[in-house]
Design a protein around this ligand. Structure first.
Ligand code: ADP
Ligand code: G6P
Length: 355
């Protein structure tokens, strides 16, 4: 009996509402793995897939069972499980995880129709991003790591306006109406998935400016589950302690309203977590090295890697605050998890041979 040491695809789930920074997160993640992900060459120009040397990112909208007209006729939103084919999602993610290529449907965001499928080869890392990566328990069980981007309503609104007005030409009223219309289904089907996430990035309005309603300065929390295999939470100064830190001073330039970090243990949906928090924004990104040097367990390969990544993508949204910082750190943690999983699989046949 020969036992192949062939590494299986590692599967990562990224859940969030649309317009909440998933694409930006994906760009940071694939950059950590050493290459930008691009649409498949020579395929459907409306494909939602992104491919790099190591990573394939598929958008779960491709598993819509009802197209735009179908949803309208049945009166269901894209967030409703009845508009999505979880059987097919499960079958295909499982097949890829087992090293088998699949013909994945394409949901065309331009036409609102389902296009002919595209062939997806098993990559080293498969990221499934979208509204429901943790909704179906069979799909959830296939995930080696899961992340939920939890954007508070105030912040979501500000971002959506920015994108949908500038890039998609929607009116303020139509954006407001679409957010309101989505809210009940969002609360029922999307939000509850965060209880299953190994890491949650929560984005809230700042607490540094009293009654802030501009939504520009953000308070960002990185909630990390304890006891997850191959994932050890990041900490500030001293693991397990409760810490509040204002790094502004001689080594970090801060203008109003400053920067405040916090770290400590907490509980989240009745499981133990560590929470790292950053409120405020960086004035000078190169000085981030000062903050980085006080964080431990960040899974960098060399001193200053977080700062280097942040500087490299200084033009991405959120690079001056906790969203960019924590997305970058989670990218490094996923690389670490991937390397540990591969190392374990490579060692497994050797262990078996010893017996
Ligand atoms: P998604 O892929 O989830 O639809 P994107 O990554 O395309 O989301 O982001 C949508 C929009 O939200 C961006 O164009 C930007 O305006 C805003 N945005 C996303 N992430 C951030 C962030 N960290 N800080 C500020 N704005 C952001
Ligand atoms: C995709 C997005 C959803 C969005 C939908 C548009 O599925 O992921 O977030 O709501 O497209 O749906 P609509 O029914 O308005 O075309």
């Amino acid at each position: 009996l020969s036992c192949s040491a062939e590494a299986k695809t590692v599967v990562i789930g990224l859940a969030a509402d649309s317009g909440c920074g998933k694409s930006t997160f994906m760009r940071r993640l694939t950059s950590v793995f050493g290459g930008a992900a691009e649409p498949p060459k020579g395929g459907n120009p409306d494909s939602n897939t992104l491919i790099s040397d190591t990573t394939t990112v598929i958008c779960l909208d491709d598993y819509h069972s009802l197209d735009r007209t179908g949803r309208k006729e049945k009166g269901v939103t894209a967030l409703d499980p009845r508009a999505n084919n979880f059987d097919l999602m499960y079958e295909q993610v499982k097949a890829i995880k087992d090293g088998i290529a699949v013909d994945k449907p394409i949901y065309n965001h331009v036409t609102g129709l389902l296009d002919p499928p595209e062939l997806i080869q098993p990559p080293k890392i498969l990221v499934i991003e979208g509204l429901h990566p943790m909704y179906d328990s069979r799909v959830r069980d296939l995930l080696d790591f899961s992340i939920y981007l939890d954007i508070s309503n105030e912040v979501k609104f500000a971002w959506k306006i920015q994108r949908d007005m500038a890039e998609r030409g929607h009116s303020l009223e139509s954006i407001k109406a679409s957010i309101e219309a989505r809210k009940p289904d969002f609360d029922a089907y999307i939000d509850p998935q965060k209880q299953y996430a190994d890491a949650v990035i929560e984005v809230l309005p700042t607490e540094l400016i009293p009654d802030d309603n501009e939504g520009k300065v953000l308070r960002v929390k990185l909630v990390m589950k304890e006891g997850v295999k191959y994932f050890s939470p990041v900490y500030l100064f001293d693991e397990g302690s409760t810490i509040s830190w204002i790094p502004c001073g001689r080594k970090l330039t801060c203008s109003y309203p400053g920067i405040k970090f916090a770290y400590g243990p907490d509980s989240y949906y009745s499981h133990e977590v560590s929470v790292l928090e950053m409120d405020g924004q960086f004035d000078r990104l190169d000085e981030l090295i000062y903050v980085e040097s006080h964080l431990s367990n960040i899974s960098t390969k060399f001193y200053g890697e977080v700062t280097q990544q942040m500087l490299k993508h200084a033009d991405f949204p959120g690079s001056n605050n906790g969203t960019g910082l924590f997305q970058t750190i989670i990218g490094l943690k996923i690389r670490d998890l991937y390397e540990q999983l591969v190392a374990e699989k490579a060692a497994a046949p050797v262990e078996a041979a010893k017996v």
